[in-house]
Design a protein around this ligand. Structure first.
Ligand SMILES: CC(C)(COP(=O)(O)OP(=O)(O)OC[C@H]1O[C@@H](n2cnc3c(N)ncnc32)[C@H](O)[C@@H]1OP(=O)(O)O)[C@@H](O)C(=O)NCCC(=O)NCCS
Length: 179
């Protein structure tokens, strides 16, 4: 568990799959423009139990770190941030994806959560580079990344299939700060 001033970040146990199901169900309209199309299995409890079991196994293997930010009472999900595709060797890098609940948007929660999670990824996991990519129209996402010190590294055409369309993305990365 990682504490932030207003949340707690957990690799959520599969027993708490209902919390994540509620998050994705309640924020379906909010998230849809920025995510892949989902099938009919997506908003079911068994799906989120499986996803969380897989996330725990990936955490244990050191290949993915899927953090769920909860309110202090652990009654609801504030947001999520997923560090995936962890590469070791000379690369020491991963990808980052994130979202915040509509009701918590615009209050600095995403920045607060990512600051704590990225500190862990750099200092405890030992990575050197975190890569995050966003659609040019996603100004809120661009703002979060800029505040966190991500730098633009490129522009990839038709990079991800989002909401059923191949979408261009701005490629950014934050490199670990060395003293
Ligand atoms: C992208 C997304 C995570 C950004 O969330 P956010 O809440 O805007 O991000 P932040 O936590 O940085 O909050 C910034 C806002 O909080 C405000 N704020 C209020 N209190 C604050 C505080 N204590 N600290 C920092 N900012 C604060 C800032 O002024 C800013 O407001 P503004 O957007 O009106 O300028 C969110 O819009 C989202 O989930 N979108 C859908 C999914 C998505 O796009 N994911 C990313 C795909 S690449």
């Amino acid at each position: 568990m990682l504490a932030t001033p207003r949340t707690r970040l957990e690799i959520l146990p599969a027993d708490d799959a209902g919390l994540l199901l509620a998050y994705y169900r309640d924020n379906q309209v909010h998230l849809a423009p920025w995510e892949p199309l989902r099938d009919e299995n997506y908003l079911t409890l068994p799906n989120w139990q499986t996803q969380l079991s897989n996330a725990q196994a990936a955490f244990d293997a050191g290949s993915e770190y899927r953090f769920v930010a909860l309110n202090p009472a652990r009654t609801e999900v504030v947001g999520v941030c997923n560090f995936t595709g962890v590469a070791r060797g000379p690369f020491q890098a991963c990808y980052l994806g994130y979202s915040i609940a509509k009701k918590y948007e615009g209050q600095g929660f995403m920045q607060e959560i990512l600051e704590a999670a990225m500190r862990y990824m750099f200092n405890d996991v030992g990575l050197n580079r975190i890569m995050a990519n966003y659609m040019p129209a996603n100004e809120r996402s661009a703002n979060v990344l800029e505040k966190l010190g991500f730098e633009k590294e490129g522009y990839a055409r038709r990079y991800l299939k989002i909401a059923g369309q191949w979408e261009d993305h701005v490629l950014t990365a934050r490199v670990r700060a060395y003293q």
